[in-house]
Design a protein around this ligand. Structure first.
Ligand code: NAP
Ligand code: GLV
Length: 310
């Protein structure tokens, strides 16, 4: 039987070996750097491999990201052109992301940062009660994750819209599509939540220009990718008061360097890229099925378009 090569410094090879061999008992599962005969490897299961990591695997047919995002694969200038590029699309991760985004939306909506400050000052102060139906939440990216987050937030009665490349028909979520609709989407967004994939089009998207198009006092939540946000532009917008607060799960450099101003900024909450973590047990059914298909020469699913890069 052909072999699977696993390489990640973020995911447990023991957990993935156990989850996959439970589903394919005779699976030949190899962990980098124990490649064995490189011509055996037909399927690679990877997270953030160094450039050139796929060199010397002559029979590689598919590379599967150990996550929903695939930007780390396209970051390799030598990434092989021929194999199928696959990703995990896991409803368990969708639920986790929806929970995390909802947590941020509710914290900002219910004046969490203000009450946290009042507590530090031992002050008993009541602010006016906020109105859910008029709080406008805007979701950048209405894919597997953004759709789950948008419907979860809409179910609580918020005024929810989403921005995507193509128009969507999601109940209780107003659809804005394409670059021409972005300004109108931003103008009606009080809490901006990003779940876009990182591509050339979305790199640096959340910059000074975009932030200025949000209403004064808006909040920014980013769980897409760090390179979508120009961090200095966000800091300037927070310091000017135009943006009232930010909750960030992803950063341009991860782990976030110890001297980064986000760590101590009073209007920023830092999370260590945990909003939707890959889960071997919930993701293994689909990965095992794709391994079976690739080994049998059948077309896989959860494929990524190499031109669109997501
Ligand atoms: P997805 O299903 O591929 O959805 C991507 C969405 O973004 C789609 O709605 C797509 O529009 C839209 N989009 C892409 N490029 C666009 C552009 N240039 N303009 C407007 N809309 C654009 O991806 P997903 O599974 O939801 O995951 C999204 C991202 O979340 C991942 O790529 C990853 O970066 C991030 N993520 C983060 C974590 C974490 O823990 N922080 C965990 C998992 C994933 P169309 O639908 O019209 O194509
Ligand atoms: C995590 O960031 C993922 O892309 O799954």
């Amino acid at each position: 039987m052909p072999a699977v090569l696993f390489r990640s410094d973020n995911d447990s090879s023991d957990e993935w070996r156990a989850a996959l061999t439970k589903r394919i008992p005779d699976l030949d599962f190899r962990v980098w750097p124990e490649v064995g005969d490189p011509s055996d490897i037909e399927f690679a299961l990877v997270w953030k491999v160094p450039a050139g990591a796929f060199d010397g695997l002559p029979n590689l047919k598919a590379v599967c990201s150990l996550g929903q995002g695939v930007d780390h694969l396209f970051a390799d200038p030598d990434f092989p052109k021929t194999p199928h590029i696959l990703r995990i699309v896991d409803p368990w991760m969708g639920r986790a992301m929806a929970e995390w985004v909802l947590l941020q939306v509710l914290r900002f909506h219910r004046q969490g940062p203000e009450y946290e400050q009042f507590q530090r000052e031992r002050r008993w102060i009541k602010l006016p009660a906020p109105e859910t139906a008029t709080r406008r939440v805007g979701i950048l990216g209405l894919g597997a994750l953004g759709t789950e987050a948008a419907t979860t937030i809409a179910a609580l009665g918020f005024d929810v819209a989403g921005w995507s490349r193509t128009a969507k028909g999601i109940a209780n979520v107003t659809s804005y599509a394409g670059p021409d609709a972005l300004d109108a989407f931003l103008a009606r967004t009080d809490i901006l939540c990003c779940m876009l994939p990182l591509t050339p089009e979305t790199t640096d998207l959340i910059n000074a220009d975009l932030l200025a198009k949000l209403p004064k006092g808006a909040f920014v939540v980013n769980s897409g990718r760090g390179a979508q946000l120009v961090e200095d532009d966000l800091l300037a917008a927070l310091d000017s008061g135009h943006i009232a607060g930010a909750a960030l799960d992803v950063f341009r450099v991860e782990p976030l360097p110890g001297d980064h101003p986000f760590w101590v900024h009073p209007k920023v909450q830092v999370w260590p890229h945990v909003s939707a973590q890959t889960n071997a047990e919930s993701g293994a059914d689909q990965v095992a099925e794709n391994i079976r298909r690739i080994f049998a020469g059948h077309p896989p699913f959860n494929t990524v378009d190499p031109d669109r890069k997501y």
